[in-house]
Each structure stands twice: as C-alpha cells, then as structure tokens.
Design a protein around this ligand. Sequence first.
Ligand code: CA
Length: 378
Amino acid sequence: MKRRNFLRKASQAGIGITAGIGTAGLLTACQGESAEEAITTSTDCQAATETIHWKMVTTWPRDFPALGTGANTLAESITRISGGRIQVKVYGGGELVPPFEIFDAVSSGTAQMGHGAPYYWKGKIPAAQYFAGVPFGFTAREQNAWLYYGGGLDLWRELYAPHNLRPYPTGNTGVQMGGWFNKEINSLADLKGLKMRIPGLGGEVLKRAGGTPVNIPGAELFTALQTGTIDATEWVGPYNDLAFGLFRAAKYYYTPGWHEPGTTLEAFVNQKAYAALPEDLQHCVDIACQAANLDMLSEFTARNGKALTTLIQKHQVELRQFPEEVIAKLKQMTTEVLADLANADADSARVYASWQAFSKQVKGWTDVSELAYLKARG
Ligand code: CA
C-alpha cells in the first residue's frame, strides 16, 4: 500500500476518533492489509502508534482563568483527539522560559508549541498586531471571519513561516474593558503623561495621545499598579481582572475596550515538529486549535457578566464610560497610527490592505444584522 493511501486511511481513522474509534481504528487499518502490504506499511504503522511528546510554553500564569486554562484545554484536546498519540505538557509563563520568550523558544525547537497573543511579538513582526486585533476594528466574529475566510490566517502563516512557526487562532476575549484608572478620564488631556500598561496597536494610539504605553506580563500587573510603577492598566475583562485583584489597586473601571474589541489569542507550532507528524495527527492539531478558539470566546462571554456584578456590588468598583469626545479623538488617532505603520513596514501595508478590504464588506453586513439587532434588543 502506498504511503499516500495509508495516510488517507489513517486520516479517516483520525476522524473516527471523535466517535470513539481512537488508536484501535488505526491498528485495524494497519492489520487489515495483505501480508505483502503489511511488510511495506509496518514502518508507517509503528510511526502512527508511537507516542509523541510535546512541550507547550505559555505567556500566562499556570492555570490562569480562561487564558491558562484555555491552553490546558487545547493540550488535552490534542491528546484526546489523537487517541493519546500526542502528549502535550503545558508550562506556565516562567516555568520553562519567561512569558515573552516563548516565541523564540518554539522557533528554536526548545518547545514544540506556544500559547500567547500575537501583539506580544510586535518588536519582531510589527504586522502581527493585526492578527491580535485592531482598535475600533473587528469584533470577535468579524475577526474569525477575516482569519478563516478572508485571507487573514494565510497572511499570518506567511509572516510566521520565516520564524519556523505555524500560528493558529485559539481563543478570543470578545470586547475587552477599557482599563483601570485612579483618576477619571474626562478629556484627552487626562491621558497625557499617563503611564499605562496597554499592548499592541492600542498602546501606539495612547502614545499619540501623549501617554506612555508599557507592556508587562499579566502576572506583574497588580504589583506594578499598586506600587505606582504604572498609573493605569488594562488587562482583559471582568472575569480575568477580578482574578488578578486589580480592583484593589485602582478605583475606576472604564468601558468600552476601544483598543481591543475582539482580541485573538494564538497558539503556534514549531514547523518542523508539525511537518514530522503524519497527516492525521496534523489534522488533530488543526481541529483542536479550531475548537479551542470557540471554547475560549464562549467561556469569556459566559463568565464576564457575573464577574462584573461581583466587582461592582462586592468590591464597590466604580464603572465609568469614556466620554464621546475622547472616543472620537482616539478613533481619529487610530486611523493615523494604522496609516503610519503601513507606510513604515511593507508587511504591515500588505496585511492592512487585506484587513481594510475585508472591513469594508463585513461592516456593511454587521451594520444591517448584528448592530441593527442589538439596537432593537436594547
Ligand atoms: Ca488587553
């Protein structure tokens, strides 16, 4: 039996795993050949049943709600869908390598898989920021539509390929919160001189507004805010912000998260490790990542409301909304930041062109569907 045929059969068995066939299905596929064919496929069969051990390094504290646990769920899915043939061990940020060194660790093969957010690598790949999300840009559903059906993921893979990485969207936070402040934001002048933890393109916009954006790992946020190393911070939304206790270090909680309207989290796999997998196991990894993407968005959507109530009622957090005038100016500055980034970097120009073209057509549909419905629902 030719290798291609075997792989097709193994792939079919892989699909069967979800119906409970698992490794047994693969063994049947191997054993079901004639004696002559069995000799030629024995190496393939051994390879197919060999256990592969992967390390997954993450930017998150171990087991951190939704983000760290999302990485755990993804690792478990890969193991279960593969019928145990791929074992993935998850490392929290700092356990194997520091949070912001996971990109290099997976690129070099120290680990086979990483879990983080694309905008953390803007120093290496400025265009990666688009794959996380754009201020005043796509919602979670629009972001997924661009990535899966609008050419976004193809561009993302192209840009990570020289780094020996294959990226996947593996989660989305939905609309984030605007952040934690110890003073009210009544005008753009209140952002001047503000030292705030805010990553990605949102940070670039804050810089244009006269603030100082910094990016520090989540685990260091509370201390940085409490000790005054930073004046303000954003993190994710009520569920995650409650977990870090940020309400103990700041009084005002602002909405909306104009800077992150639907941030995509990522996993990436070392390309050589991926290429070494038989086709059915590659498919297992692909499908597990796609499932993780939906699962995390669902979890955030389910848990944020209750956490927001806890923050307001139990911890007396004061909810505030950015004034319309501030939002309008930040939106204008976002347009300038995006244009400047495209002018300064050819890859960013290409990704921005794709993003803009998709934005035009998807926004027309969103306006007459989601937006019209949300207005009607009230
Ligand atoms: Ca954030």
